[in-house]
Design a protein around this ligand. Structure first.
Ligand SMILES: [Zn+2]
Length: 147
């Protein structure tokens, strides 16, 4: 089965999911730019049946990406990283995703009790996160009229 076919969701199923979720993004309650999103992504063998699908807006889909995140997790990240405010800025969505990746990595690290400080990929992620935190701090100052 081709990758494309696995991602294709029949119109009938899309309609069922949209109706079930009240034509509303399940994370941020937006009613515009809605998409059908996989809970478990097709790349992880998630199915195209209604129980593995949810309505998300375009911004929330971009942030969720291929992560397996619950609605509660997604909301937590939205609050944490002010994602609603980020809107459709792809560059900023990328930063939020870095922050999520970093957070998931931290969770995994403490779960397995492993010291991954020498992992080059993760070190780069951490630098990225620190950079984006600084950028956010600068924006915060600008919005407050402090910069
Ligand atoms: Zn949303």
């Amino acid at each position: 089965m081709s990758k494309q076919y696995r991602r294709w969701i029949p119109t009938r199923v899309r309609k069922t999911v949209l109706e079930r979720d009240g034509n509303t993004c399940q994370v941020c309650s937006s009613t515009t730019d809605l998409c059908i999103s996989h809970i478990i992504p097709p790349s992880e063998n998630g199915s195209n049946t209604a129980d593995n699908l949810q309505v998300l807006c375009r911004t929330c889909v971009a942030i969720k990406g291929n992560y397996v995140l619950t609605i509660e997790d997604m909301r937590k990240y939205l609050v944490l990283y002010e994602a609603q405010w980020l809107e459709d800025d792809k560059h900023k969505i990328g930063r939020v995703k870095s922050l999520i990746r970093y957070d998931l990595w931290e969770q995994e690290r403490s779960r397995q009790n492993i010291d991954w400080t020498n992992d080059q990929d993760m070190k780069r992620t951490k630098d990225d996160v620190l950079h984006s935190l600084w950028e956010r701090h600068k924006l915060f100052l600008e919005r407050k009229g402090c910069a």
